[in-house]
Ligand binder design. Structure first.
Ligand code: C2G
Length: 130
């Protein structure tokens, strides 16, 4: 079984996220998604989520391409996650191009093109201007 892992906040879940998860799953048979906890988002990414970790987990678990959701609590956990879950491929959007090449010692690293026209920031802006 080929296992794939990806990481993200997935707040205000939108089709750009689903596009990424669909392509990630297509690279293997089992997709693990590590969702940033509220603390990690705030302390490490200065992101204030609209939906809590539990709500974001519920939404992502409902996506047909996703097999397992785990919490992302630190930047450093990726290496141990890849080992612990025996991951073959790490995938993330190309806005992170090159940032996780250190994982190439342990698994394949794939950066996928983002869906350009949509983002949570854009959604919030558009709603604010309505
Ligand atoms: N994404 C995408 N297209 C968009 C928006 C997001 O392909 N229009 C992808 C991102 O590239 C990422 C995933 O969807 O692979 C989740 O996006 P975010 O929730 O913004 O994740 P981010 O805050 O970048 O967190 O340790 C890694 C971080 O947790 C990644």
């Amino acid at each position: 079984m080929k296992k794939v892992i990806t990481y993200g906040t997935f707040d205000l879940l939108h089709y750009g996220h689903v596009n990424l998860l669909q392509r990630a799953k297509a690279l293997g048979d089992y997709l693990i998604v590590a969702i940033s906890t509220d603390e990690f988002n705030w302390n490490m990414k200065q992101k204030k989520c609209y939906f809590s970790y539990e709500e974001r987990k519920r939404l992502v678990e409902a996506i047909r391409y996703v097999d397992l959701v785990i919490p992302e609590e630190t930047w450093e956990q990726k290496k141990t996650d890849v080992e612990e879950f025996k991951v073959d491929t790490f995938v993330i959007g190309d806005d992170w191009e090159g940032k996780f090449d250190f994982l190439k010692e342990q698994c394949e690293v794939v950066y996928l093109p983002r869906t350009p026209e949509i983002s949570t920031t854009q959604i919030k802006k558009d709603l604010h201007n309505k």
